[in-house]
Design a protein around this ligand. Structure first.
Ligand code: PEP
Ligand code: MG
Length: 756
């Protein structure tokens, strides 16, 4: 008999029992009879968790007087070990096992062989199902399979009949219970508290046994087809980012998605009488157990991939397709994901989203920039995340300290609340700097501007007292939109932004789409197959090619700024002619508007971003054309170091405070000195205190930063003596092998300047 047929035989009989109106205890009594008979075992017993102990709930073959009397602790005896490890045991001679414990009231001394499997509910063992036999023989694989399938069905009965309490259900797996701490990498500083929600929520399987096997088979067949289609379309999508490690993940996904063995095993499980959802989970349980026996971190990673994929498959089967954002957040939430794209994050309700924990992530990935703009703390590279956090767990996120406490004790929660209060006080202190102008100790006025991308972000101007918007990322509107935003919609946004900013300048950067800012409606455009999208068909390259796109944006900006000053900045300029071509699109539109007697801006200030190192070598040719130049240190660093800004493996590898970057930037400062071009930095570097100090030291006087950093940077500026600082920096930059971060940190702390 095959494993499926054997399990099916049992399930058919169990089906009747489960469907009957009998009370739960009666059903369990019947279940042990059926299994004992089908597996020709003298004994079949069910232990369930009650008040933290495994209690014998039903038995065939052991003394009935032991029912509800025999109790074992987790880890005690064979049953306790199965529950603790969630691993099955299959022993020809039970007594020979070191954990064997004899319970006289059961009368089990005469039985030799023993096999037991955990009963899993919500990913943890809530009981054990075991069989015993008089003869010393190991149970066959198909018998174990049948036992495991039955255990799954039992979990449904147990849940429905509420035979174990939630507390018990939650009290077993060490990693999934009690307080746990996650550590990772600070991506966006800050504190946040809420309940855990997976970006891709898990499906709770409620029906294990199928009414119609053919229908289940059909469901899973369709789900596989859909999943394969999704995986094929995933390339370039935000969840996976692009390039490097992500491609490997995608390859693994593809391999699993098309793996005949996987689909065959799921079909076999369906043949045994399970629903499609239960069959997928059944196979997954099986794989989990096998993988646990192999101690290989690489395999463990692959296992996570398969888990992800199995989840995806169950979601498709169950028709639960939306992300947590689409389902709506009901409480304060800490979002959990492997990785996210900026557009995916923007879908979340800002009021409810209190933090994000990612398994991957890097400092300058756009999702992180968006989170920073939203004021949402982010912890990245949190290893083992999915093995520790359950949907609905309480989480205290301290992204500043790069930790998160899962299921905190009351004591820890109290301490966190105090820290939270302190941090709010600090925020209030920064807020009090709102009307204080950032002059250095030596009297130089530093321009502190904000980076923005959404209409709401502009309110930060008034809250922080910043000097204007140094970078408005117009592509955010494209990222949050399902279709290409038409000119009218762009115009409305730009006009609103300018109205909200009042007389403070707003530098609009033309769309920077591509790289990790892929938009689905342009995916079919050239560039979709770029092997290296960050260096591919993105930003100005794409905009100049899709002239319609650029024209529409130019017109929208010109019309929005009618009668006022317009600041336009082009991203990823690599050669001066690209700047000329982009400017020409604007000038053409200007002519058009004039010829139609439309009102136009009073003045247009054109600027460029310096993000591509080559541009630094031709500044003498470009500067005369510019009114301002802004350094995008995020991209610049990735190109200088040839280090993908979205690749988590490189997240900590290169330092902004390296001699190479600072020397490079200093040369740019020197090149612009004596020209009329306003020079600034608008990458994330400028919003970090120690890095900002370095930028001031090499001559920058304008920083455009994330709004949350305005207070801290203003405070810092006011404590600095520029002459003293730049003298120190000049000396450091001349010394090879110096640890600049350490030097600058020490310099700052001697002067009581806070830098972390
Ligand atoms: C940069 O590259 O530093 C920058 C500001 O642009 P973005 O992060 O949007 O690519
Ligand atoms: Mg950039």
């Amino acid at each position: 008999m095959t494993a499926a047929a054997s399990a099916r035989q049992i399930l058919t009989r169990l089906h009747e029992v489960m469907a009957s109106r009998m009370h739960a205890q009666g059903k369990l009594d019947q279940v042990v009879e059926i299994i004992g008979e089908c597996l020709t075992s003298e004994v079949c017993s069910i232990y369930l968790l009650r008040e933290g102990m495994l209690e014998l709930f039903a038995t065939r073959g052991l003394n009935q007087s032991a029912v509800h009397v025999t109790r074992m602790a987790i880890g005690e005896g064979l049953t306790g070990v199965i529950a603790e490890t969630t691993q099955m045991l299959n022993l020809a001679e039970a007594k020979a096992h070191p954990d064997f414990q004899y319970r006289p009231e059961t009368g089990e001394e005469k039985f030799h062989s023993f096999a037991g499997v955990p009963i899993i509910y919500r990913e943890r063992a809530v009981g054990v199902l075991c069989v015993q036999h008089l003869d010393p023989r190991r149970y066959e694989d198909i018998e174990i399979e049948a036992l495991q399938t039955t255990a799954m069905v039992l979990s449904e009965l147990i849940a429905n009949a509420e035979l174990v309490d939630d507390e018990d259900a939650l009290g077993l797996s060490a990693e999934m219970s009690g307080q746990q701490t996650l550590t990772g990498l600070t991506l966006v500083k800050g504190l946040g508290a809420g309940i855990a929600a997976y970006h891709q929520p898990r499906v709770q399987i409620t029906q294990m046994m199928a009414d119609d096997t053919e229908a289940e088979r059909e469901r899973v067949y369709r789900a596989f087809a859909k999943m394969r289609e999704q995986i094929d379309n995933l390339t370039g999508q935000a969840e996976f980012g692009v390039g490097g490690e992500h491609e490997e993940v995608l390859e693994t996904y593809k391999m699993f998605a098309y793996d005949e063995g996987w689909s065959r095993r799921i079909n076999e499980a369906i043949d045994s009488g399970l629903t499609a959802e239960a069959a997928i989970e059944r196979v997954q349980q099986h794989t989990r157990m096998r993988m646990r026996e192999i101690d290989d971190p690489l395999l463990a990673d692959r296992m996570h991939d398969l888990e992800d994929l199995a989840n995806r498959l169950v979601r498709i089967v169950a028709g639960q397709i939306g992300t947590a954002a689409q389902q709506g957040l009901r409480k304060d939430t800490i979002l959990i994901a492997r990785n996210l794209g900026p557009a995916e994050l923007l879908e979340y309700d800002k009021r409810r989203l209190k933090g994000v924990i990612l398994e991957e992530g890097s400092l300058t990935a756009h999702v992180v920039i968006v989170a920073r703009a939203m004021g949402v703390p982010v912890l990245g590279r949190a290893k083992g995340l999915r093995g520790i956090v359950r949907e609905g767990d309480e989480i205290l996120l301290d992204a500043t300290a790069a930790t998160a406490t899962v299921r905190p004790t009351a004591q820890v929660a109290d301490a966190f609340a105090q820290r939270f209060a302190k941090s709010r006080e600090k925020q209030a202190a920064y807020a009090s700097l709102r009307d204080v102008e950032p002059f250095t100790r030596c009297g130089t006025r530093i321009q502190v501007m904000i980076n923005a991308g959404l209409r709401d972000d502009i309110s930060a101007l008034a809250l922080t007292g910043a000097d204007g918007v140094g970078l408005f990322r117009t592509e955010f509107q494209f990222l949050v939109s399902a279709t290409l935003p038409q000119r009218e919609r762009q115009l409305r946004l730009y006009r609103d932004v300018l109205d909200a900013a009042g007389d403070k300048p707003v530098i609009f950067r033309t769309v920077d789409i591509g790289g990790d800012k892929a938009v689905p409606y342009l995916a079919s455009d050239i560039g979709a197959n770029d092997e290296n999208p960050a260096m591919g068909w993105r930003a100005l390259r794409l905009a100049l090619h899709r002239e319609g796109l650029m024209k529409a944006q130019a017109r929208a900006l010109l019309e929005a700024a009618a009668g006022r000053s317009l600041y336009v900045m082009f991203p990823m300029v690599s050669e001066p002619w690209e700047f000329d071509a982009a400017k020409a699109v604007f000038e053409d539109q200007l002519l058009f508007l004039r010829s139609h007697k439309k009102m136009v801006p009073e003045r247009i200030n054109y600027g460029a971003m310096l993000e591509v190192p080559a541009l630094a070598e031709v500044l003498d040719l470009l500067l005369p054309k510019l009114s301002f130049l802004s350094i995008g240190t995020n991209d610049l660093t990735q190109f200088l170091f040839a280090a993908d800004r979205g690749n988590p493996a490189l997240a900590e590898r290169y330092d902004w405070l390296s001699i190479a970057i600072l020397r490079f930037l200093r040369r740019v400062v020197i090149s612009t000195a004596g020209t009329d071009v306003d020079l600034g930095v608008c990458g994330e570097m400028g919003g970090r205190r120690l890095e900002a100090l370095a930028l001031l030291a090499i001559g920058f006087r304008r920083l455009s930063i994330t709004p949350a950093a305005v207070g801290p940077i203003k405070e810092l500026v006011r404590k600095v003596d520029l002459a003293e600082l730049s003298e120190a920096m000049t000396a450091w930059l001349a010394q090879p092998g110096i640890d600049l971060r350490a030097q600058l940190g020490a310099w700052a702390s001697e002067r009581d300047i806070e830098t972390d």
